[in-house]
Write a protein that binds this ligand. Structure first.
Ligand SMILES: [Zn+2]
Length: 77
C-alpha cells in the first residue's frame, strides 16, 4: 500500500503487516506522516517544551507524593 506524507508529499510504500498501515487502510481519512517528518516534528516539539515558552493547556497530573505534600502543607498553615 502506498501513502503520501501530508507534510512533504513524499510517497512511501508501507509494510502491509504493520499496525499503522492497517489503521490507515481501514480509515482512509487518517493522515500519514513519514518517518522523517515525524522525527522532525518530535524534535521541534521537544525544543519548544524546553524553551519555556510552551504552555500545556491541559493540566498535567501531579504524582501522588507531590499532592500529599501539598495537602499536608496547606493543613499545617
Ligand atoms: Zn514527510
Amino acid at each position: 500500500m502506498k501513502a503520501t506524507c501530508i507534510l512533504c508529499d513524499r510517497t512511501d510504500e508501507l509494510d502491509r503487516r504493520e499496525f499503522k498501515t492497517k489503521q490507515l487502510r481501514n480509515k482512509p481519512i487518517r493522515m500519514y506522516i513519514c518517518k522523517e517528518c515525524d522525527h522532525r516534528v518530535a524534535i521541534h516539539t521537544m525544543e519548544r517544551i524546553n524553551s519555556g515558552k510552551f504552555k500545556f493547556n491541559k493540566p498535567f497530573n501531579k504524582p501522588l507524593s507531590v499532592l500529599k505534600r501539598e495537602i499536608l502543607e496547606r493543613e499545617s498553615n
